[in-house]
Design a binder for this molecule. Structure first.
Ligand code: ADP
Ligand code: MG
Length: 342
């Protein structure tokens, strides 16, 4: 922290009280790998033989990624969860994370709640806080998470092959539905909002799924910006096209109460779901459906990878009537979404 931000609670005390104590209390399932945590100039990670370290970083800025007056517990949970979701998408097991935080002022009640939410998620996924930086400034939270993967087993975006199935975990569109309700773009009953709002505020990183997919998936990513848009990243890196069946997109009962147009838009293009979209060879179908039962998590076949036709990756969207959406219909699906977009 810069010296001009001196307050009764100094930087050292702040780190100790809100971050180091929680980190110490958590202990570590990865004591062998995390050789040194908070307190020195660096943390030390000692990779296990035969494993690679996966690293991912996400920054959340108040006013841009969340409202400054959002419940601090929620901010913390989401900030860590979105990083864990990136680890999940590669098939990594979480090891630890660093937290760099800029605070406009030192507010003990805020920090108390923030650290509570942070350690809840850290504990749940056995991901220890191992260091960070604390400074004065506009509220910004930057987390870097580290995970481990057996060498060569990371699930990359570049592995999809023509003929592979396209799958998605859980349901899609509820985070977008929540945002639409909070912005008064649509009317949602309080009961319905309660059903879906945690999907926006508390994403569930699909860590266990990710580790299982190491042996099954040819490519994967987590859906943060919207299913179709994110799928294009797989297509681009794998040099393939895809067809997607709108009627098969997995939607919650609450989303299914909306008009078919809203359902399709939110499921296909709504962001913030943090589900895993992955591709796999058709021979894996039974194993994947079995995995879905074991994990008690829907895994839904939503499309197929096709050979590449042109320079730019293309998604052929098949409408609810089984017919290919014409370019105007496809554009309208995206455009209507853009109308709602931040
Ligand atoms: P330095 O000045 O050497 O960068 P700092 O005084 O910033 O060290 O931090 C002291 C220790 O506290 C370091 O181990 C650092 O990783 C840790 N630390 C600082 N801020 C945080 C934070 N927000 N969360 C967790 N650890 C932190
Ligand atoms: Mg520092």
């Amino acid at each position: 922290m810069h010296s001009e931000s001196k307050s009764p609670l100094g930087e050292f005390d702040l780190i100790q009280r809100f971050f180091k104590t929680g980190a110490d209390a958590m202990g570590s399932n990865h004591a062998q790998t995390i050789a040194l945590g908070i307190g020195d100039d660096c943390a030390l990670i000692k990779p296990v033989a035969g494993e690679e370290i996966a690293i991912t970083s996400d920054m959340l800025v108040a006013g841009r990624h969340f409202f400054a007056d959002t419940d601090p517990e929620q901010i913390a949970r989401k900030a860590l969860a979105v990083n864990l979701s990136d680890l999940a998408a590669m098939g990594a097991t979480p090891l630890g994370f660093t937290l760099s935080i800029a605070l406009p002022k030192i507010d003990s009640a805020w920090l108390e709640a923030f650290s509570k939410g942070l350690f809840q998620v850290a504990q749940q996924y056995s991901c220890a806080l191992i260091g960070g930086d604390t400074t004065a400034g506009p509220l910004t939270i930057s987390i870097t998470a580290f995970g481990s993967i057996p060498t060569g087993k990371a699930i990359r975006r570049s592995g999809a092959r023509p003929g592979d199935d396209v799958w998605v975990s859980g349901t899609v569109g509820d985070a977008r539905l929540t945002l639409a309700a909070l912005r008064h773009e649509i009317d949602l009953s309080i009961g319905d909002l309660k059903q879906v709002e945690s999907r926006m505020h508390q994403p569930s990183p699909r860590i266990e799924l990710g580790t299982k997919l190491r042996e099954l998936a040819s490519a994967a990513l987590d859906v943060s910006d919207g299913l179709l848009g994110d799928l294009k990243h797989i297509l681009g890196q794998s040099q393939v096209d895809a067809e997607i069946y709108l009627k098969d997109l997995p939607k919650s009962a609450t989303l299914q109460k909306q008009s078919i147009h809203i359902q399709n838009q939110f499921a296909a293009c709504g962001g913030d779901d943090y589900e895993i979209c992955f591709t796999a060879a058709t021979e894996q179908r039974d194993t994947i459906l079995q995995l879905s039962k074991t994990l008690n998590l829907p895994l839904t076949l939503i499309g197929k990878i096709l050979p590449k036709e042109n320079t730019e990756a293309k998604i052929h969207v098949i409408g609810s009537n089984g017919k290919l959406l014409n370019p105007e219909e496809a554009a309208s699906l995206i455009k209507s979404f853009d109308h709602f977009a931040p």
